[in-house]
Design a protein around this ligand. Structure first.
Ligand code: SAM
Length: 209
C-alpha cells in the first residue's frame, strides 16, 4: 500500500483520500510519492479545519501543501477540503513529532504557525509548542532561506518567541505585518473582535563555513 492511500475508512464510512497514513512513524515521508510530483513544500502547523490552508493551496498550485493537526475532526475537515484540489494533504499528528521525525531535512520552503494554542495561564505555559527544541527541529526541516511565519494574539507568547529567537544565530527575524496571505479562521475571529495580532517571520540562516 502506498502512503497516499487510506487504510481505514473514518466512522462516517467516507474515505478521506487526502488524509495520510504514514507507513512508518520513524522514517521520513516520501514527499514526491505522496504528492505525485516534486515541488516546494509548505506546511501549516495546527491547521485546524484548513480554512487558511485550502485557500493558499488553491492560490499556489505550483507548491505542495501539508497540514498537520492533532484533532481528528479538524484533520477530517481539512481532508474534506483537500479533495477539491491536487496539491494538499493532511497528517493527523502532533506537530513537533512530525517535524522532527517525519519531515525530511531541508524539505520545507515555508512553515506557517498561525494562532498556536496560547496556554495563557502561567502554570500551563510549558505546554506551548514553541520551544528551543521545536525551533531546532524547524531549522533542520527548512530548506536554505526557508521561513517560519508565526501569528498570535497573545502578546506574552509573542515576546517569549522573540526572546527565544534573539538568542539564536541560525534564524534572522523580522516583523511580518507586511505578509499578505489568506486569513485563517482564528484570524477572522480575532479581527472581528478587534484583538491585536502579532506576527513574526523567521528565516533560516545556514552557518558560513
Ligand atoms: C487556535 S487553533 C488555530 C487553528 C488555525 N491555525 C487558525 O489559525 O485558524 C490551534 C490549532 O492547533 C492545533 N494544535 C495545537 N497544538 C498542536 C500540536 N502540538 N500539534 C498539532 N496540532 C496542534 C489545535 O488542535 C487547533 O486546531
Amino acid at each position: 500500500m502506498s502512503i497516499g492511500e487510506v487504510t481505514k475508512p473514518p466512522r462516517t464510512g467516507r474515505a478521506f483520500s487526502r488524509l495520510l497514513e504514514p507507513p512508518s512513524y520513524v522514517e521520513p515521508l516520501d514527499l514526491s510519492g505522496i504528492f505525485g510530483r516534486s515541488a516546494p513544500l509548505h506546511v501549516d502547523l495546527g491547521c485546524g479545519e484548513g480554512t487558511f490552508l485550502f485557500q493558499i493551496a488553491a492560490q499556489k498550485p505550483d507548491k505542495n501543501f501539508l497540514g498537520i493537526e492533532r484533532m481528528l475532526g479538524r484533520a477530517h475537515s481539512t481532508a474534506r477540503k483537500a479533495e477539491k484540489i491536487a496539491n494538499l494533504r493532511v497528517l493527523r499528528m502532533e506537530s513537533s513529532y512530525a517535524i522532527r521525525y517525519l519531515l525530511p531535512p531541508g524539505s520545507v520552503e515555508q512553515f506557517y504557525l498561525l494562532f498556536p494554542d496560547p496556554w495563557p495561564k502561567r502554570r500551563h505555559q510549558r505546554r506551548r509548542v514553541v520551544t528551543d527544541d521545536f525551533l531546532d527541529a524547524i531549522h533542520e526541516a527548512l530548506a536554505d532561506n526557508g521561513k517560519l511565519l508565526v501569528a498570535t494574539d497573545q502578546l506574552d507568547y509573542f515576546e517569549q518567541i522573540k526572546e527565544l529567537t534573539a538568542g539564536r544565530s541560525d534564524f534572522a527575524t523580522r516583523p511580518a505585518d507586511h505578509v499578505d496571505l489568506p486569513r485563517s479562521k482564528f484570524e477572522v475571529k480575532f479581527q472581528e473582535q478587534r484583538i491585536p495580532i502579532y506576527r513574526l517571520e523567521l528565516r533560516k540562516i545556514s552557518p558560513v563555513i
